[in-house]
Design a protein around this ligand. Structure first.
Ligand SMILES: CC(C)(COP(=O)(O)OP(=O)(O)OC[C@H]1O[C@@H](n2cnc3c(N)ncnc32)[C@H](O)[C@@H]1OP(=O)(O)O)[C@@H](O)C(=O)NCCC(=O)NCCS
Length: 176
């Protein structure tokens, strides 16, 4: 198999990144993967303008994973200040999941958060009911902080909820 290459996403990658993220998180295509938000949310996960804003922001970056010319995964990293980094929008092409790309992206994100932003810890936010995903993050060293964040109901940029009881669990992991 072609070797996996992880590098920073660029503006030229926005259309491919957008397709990849939507296919991983939402709709029927996402059900080919082992975990998806399709049962919890319809609508979009992101859009090209949001991705362009991320790429233009020095406090954020999108790492992209490639096999040859094919985009197979991506992850958002962000500096939240005071030694805290954020990891999100982690996506692997549904038909290529469970082959180690997700773990490789998480490890690359951890290294880049420490190198670029001096992060000492990293936070993620996950929807509850995603037990197998939370178990995976725990195997990657994350633990629940006990904090929660509200779901942005009423803002379709974050999707169209299928339930009225969504919120985010906050998990954290040290980076050293
Ligand atoms: C989460 C995601 C990025 C993982 O990517 P991936 O390439 O499949 O990840 P890996 O192959 O490195 O690891 C897969 C892990 O899932 C486990 N797994 C595979 N199938 C599973 C299943 N049906 N149930 C539970 N765990 C499963 C594997 O055992 C493996 O665990 P390990 O690393 O401890 O051995 C990918 O599933 C995805 O894009 N999901 C949709 C978007 C999403 O939910 N992102 C996270 C939002 S917070």
């Amino acid at each position: 198999m072609t070797e996996l290459s992880i590098r920073e996403g660029t503006a030229a990658n926005v259309p491919a990144l957008h397709c990849l993220i939507e296919s991983a998180y939402r709709g029927e295509a996402s059900r080919a993967g082992w975990t998806t938000e399709a049962d919890l949310l319809d609508g979009q996960r992101t859009d090209p303008d949001d991705l362009a804003d991320i790429l233009a922001d020095p406090k954020q970056a999108l790492l992209s994973a490639w096999r040859g010319e094919g985009l197979v995964g991506c992850v958002l990293i962000a500096d939240r200040g005071e030694g805290t980094g954020y990891l999100g929008m982690l996506s692997v092409s549904p038909t290529l999941q469970n082959g180690g790309v997700g773990r490789a992206l998480v490890e690359a994100a951890h290294a880049e958060l420490a190198r670029r932003f001096g992060a000492l810890r990293v936070r993620i936010s996950v929807l509850p009911r995603r037990d197998t995903l939370i178990a995976w993050y725990e195997r990657l060293g994350y633990a629940c902080t006990g904090e929660t964040l509200p779901f942005p109901y009423g803002d379709p940029r974050f999707g169209l909820p299928k339930r009225d009881d969504l919120f985010f669990l906050v998990l954290e992991r040290p980076l050293q």
